[in-house]
Write a new protein. Sequence first.
Length: 95
Amino acid sequence: MTDFLHGMGLRPFQASVGGTLLRPIQPADADALFEHVHRQRDVTRWLCWTGPDSLEDLRERYRTWRWGTDDGPAYMLAIVRAADGAVIGEGSLRF
């Protein structure tokens, strides 16, 4: 993760919230999250895009995300179960 973040001009970080950790999303997280968003209308209706068509689409999305938009800061985070390190979700914050 350090090389990925460094390439984005960021330093690694992680925040603990209850039994979960929040950290910047990375391309490898797509493997755990693809089935949760692929053609899942109950999920994709809340996204600002239609969701991935393939696992590689999701990896590419995570690979090319950026901190912030023209509208202001945005943070794309992986939600990780602290007990075993499993990636269980994603979320984004925009200000």
